[in-house]
Design a protein around this ligand. Structure first.
Ligand SMILES: Cc1ncc(COP(=O)(O)O)c(C=O)c1O
Length: 414
């Protein structure tokens, strides 16, 4: 039996109001169209641990974790208290505070490539900064990329408002496609400034895949051979799949890497880390990276506390163990449905996608599946993988398993 539709009246009212003052009411990926319109809430009110509550009072297990920053859980006391203490001392000054040293030192201890680190604000700041450093260092032009790297001109998918010359030197390849990589190096042997790829393959609406053995290794070889920079975009994998990132887990040391999301449990900070030799273009002032808010310290304090918490509580181990068990249960639930649903991912990042069928029923199955889940109090994103956080309890994850089990029966009827 399909579950009852949620009461979303307040969300809908606020959305109508928002549309008067904000283009589209909500910008970017949080727009209702990116969920199931009419079924998902549009405004959230609060969160605690692994759960969130919307403005109408509906509570959900949060499996999207704010698209990745929530690694421990919402409103983690140790982190928030440290931020509040810092707020009382001040955090927006003419000159840096000591926390930048502390945080960048922690990076250098944990992350293989992080001889030096520059702290910025968003993931897009970090990836664009890394590209600029790579071009400044090599004097070359072209970028090979694979994955989502943010909303800036050189890489965003939606091209409206962007001059072609800002992205025409960016060449897209599929994740794990070594042939394509070699082909591009063959075409432009002397003009590849950088190869930037994500730590795990996670294209929107496609199954999540780990790097195949040899993918990172081949990138490393080709970038060395051709005098290009290897950049690992660890915005999603950093501080989530290992304390040393995907580079530690998969045994490759890139020249540069970008971090964000999980590094501060929700506070807005990101980082470009890399080899001193490459970073020298910034030291020498040849490449300029600066912004009014880059030095604000609240987020640095949050990140230092987050990483301390991750270490002290063995958070990454906890998430892998919990995620493995969860993924195993999901595998059992979906094994008789493999014709209509695909389970992919790694334990910290599970995902359901819907294989295309000639009759086009997969779209309806996706709508019905995620509709049943949200009605059962499970917040996932229909086109984006989920995340497991430290504060997800057995009760939370069992609620998800029950919701999935019921939803599968319903989509079999489509
Ligand atoms: C791998 C990756 N790189 C870069 C970005 C851009 O980060 P932001 O949205 O913070 O600008 C994202 C965001 O989802 C991402 O997943």
């Amino acid at each position: 039996m399909p579950r009852k539709k949620l009461n979303l009246k307040k969300s809908v009212r606020l959305y109508e109001e928002a549309k008067r003052f904000i283009p589209g009411g909500v910008t970017g990926i949080r727009r209702p169209i990116n969920f199931i319109p009419g079924e998902y809430p549009i405004f959230l009110k609060s969160g605690k641990g692994g759960r969130i509550t919307d403005v109408d009072g509906n509570e959900y297990v949060d499996l999207l974790c704010a698209y990745g920053p929530i690694i421990i859980g919402h409103r983690e006391k140790m982190i928030d208290d440290a931020v509040i203490r810092q707020m009382k001392e001040g955090f927006c000054f003419n000159l840096p505070q000591i926390y930048q040293n502390e945080l960048c030192k922690i990076f250098s201890e944990l992350i293989p490539c992080a001889e030096q680190t520059i702290l910025v604000r968003t993931g897009s700041d970090a990836t664009t900064g890394a590209i600029r450093i790579a071009r400044g260092y090599t004097g070359k032009t072209k970028i090979i990329r694979s994955g989502y790297h943010g909303w800036h001109d050189w890489c965003v998918e939606v091209k409206g408002g962007i001059l072609p010359k800002t992205y025409e030197d960016t060449i897209d390849i599929h994740y794990n496609d070594i042939d394509a990589l070699e082909k591009v190096f063959g075409q432009y042997p002397d003009d590849i400034a950088a190869v930037i790829v994500t730590g795990v393959g996670h294209p929107l609406n496609e199954p999540v895949v780990e790097p195949t053995p040899g993918f990172f290794g081949r990138i490393r070889e080709l970038t060395r051979k051709h005098g290009s920079v290897m950049i690992l975009d660890e915005i999603r994998t950093g501080f989530r799949i290992s304390l040393g990132g995907a580079q530690k887990r998969y045994g490759v040391t890139p020249d540069l890497a970008t971090f964000g999301k999980a590094m501060a449990n929700g506070y807005c900070i990101s980082a470009i880390s890399g080899k001193r030799e490459v970073m020298n273009v910034v030291t020498e002032g040849k490449v300029f990276i600066s912004s009014t808010f880059f030095h604000n310290s609240l987020e640095m304090v949050a990140s230092i506390e987050t990483i301390k918490f991750l270490k002290k509580n063995k958070v990454i181990d906890n998430i892998w163990k919990k995620g493995e068990k969860f993924l195993e249960e999901l595998r059992k639930l979906t094994e008789n449905y493999s014709d209509i649903i695909t389970l992919s991912g790694i334990p910290p990042m599970p995902f359901f996608t819907f294989p295309r069928d000639d009759a086009g029923k997969y779209k309806e199955r996706r709508v019905r599946f995620y509709t049943e889940c949200i009605r059962a109090g499970v917040f996932m994103q229909p086109y984006h993988h989920s995340y497991i956080c430290y504060r997800h309890t057995d009760k939370d994850l069992n609620q998800v398993l029950n919701a999935v089990s019921d939803a599968l029966k319903i989509i079999r009827e489509v």
